[in-house]
Design a protein around this ligand. Structure first.
Ligand code: KIV
Length: 276
């Protein structure tokens, strides 16, 4: 590439072509500023429906709406130049019928500029996935622990253990055959994630899965220590920004109460100094 040639964001087909190559790097983002900071380091950025818990204080992802995904998708798009953007389809926006999924998937892409959408589900979503892909909506699937189904899964448990391994494998094969360009594997045993990765021709993106997946994703606020309500075993904290922010708030409060802030360098004289 020449020194002046600009790097372009990959398309879903470029992500698909990375199967078995250098691991794909991905994080979630919900704001312009965070998207700007991670853009150069990620192959794709997911505007995850985790936004409901991370930024809006909701108890799960179930209360997240299309309006929230559009607003946060638009904010993230303003911060990205070279990473591809994927937007999550929120609970209730795609499960009813392929037509409902197309209407909302197309709306998310049109309103945010996302290159693709992500939806949760395996075999039971295969028909919908094929319907979307045939009509110009690239899809990333999400199987294993699917947080929108916590009420039927009985909580945030590891998925695919024992006899359930064959079902998870069947889900991965079904979404791959239906045309997704990649699949997120969440909270599944590492050996099963490796078997799925070897069995399908599209990239697997692990979260609580295996280093052998074709890529990894983490929720940004988890990995920088901003979301501290709980920490899943699969999260590695690369920074403790939450602790640093709280220490900054405490210092500010103490200085305001002691009349130490604002200091001389933060205030204005009644006359501007003369220019020479
Ligand atoms: O919403 C989200 O953040 C996700 C990731 C956990 C993959 O779906």
């Amino acid at each position: 590439m020449s020194a002046t040639a600009k790097k372009k964001a990959p398309m879903p087909d470029d992500i698909r072509a990375r199967k078995g190559g250098e691991p794909l790097v991905s994080l979630t983002a919900y704001t312009t500023q965070m998207a700007e900071l991670m853009d150069a380091h990620c192959d794709f950025v997911l505007v995850g429906d985790s936004v409901g818990m991370v930024l809006h204080g909701l108890p799960s992802t179930l209360g997240v709406t299309m309006e929230m995904m559009i607003l946060h998708g638009q904010a993230v798009a303003r911060g990205l130049k070279t990473a591809m953007m994927v937007v999550d389809m929120p609970f209730g926006s795609y499960e009813e019928s392929p037509e409902q999924a197309f209407r909302n998937g197309a709306l998310l892409m049109a309103e945010t500029g996302a290159a693709a959408v992500k939806l949760e589900g395996g075999r039971h979503m295969a028909e919908t996935i094929a319907f979307l892909v045939a009509r110009g909506v690239p899809v990333m699937a999400h199987i294993g622990l699917t947080p929108q189904s916590i009420n039927t899964l009985g909580g945030y448990k590891v998925q695919g253990r024992g006899d359930a391994a064959a079902e998870l494998m069947a889900d991965a094969q079904a979404v791959a055959e239906a045309g997704v360009f990649s699949v997120v594997l969440e909270k599944v045993p590492a050996n099963l994630a490796d078997e799925v990765t070897a069995a399908i021709a599209i990239p697997t993106i692990g979260i609580g899965a295996s280093a052998g997946c074709d890529g990894q994703i983490l929720v940004v606020d988890d990995m920088i220590g901003m979301f501290t309500a709980f920490k899943a075993k699969f999260v590695k904290r690369y920074a403790n920004l939450g602790e640093q922010a709280e220490a900054a708030f405490a210092d500010y409060a103490r200085e305001v109460r002691a009349r130490e802030f604002p200091a001389a360098e933060h205030i204005f004289a009644d006359q501007a100094p003369e220019k020479k």
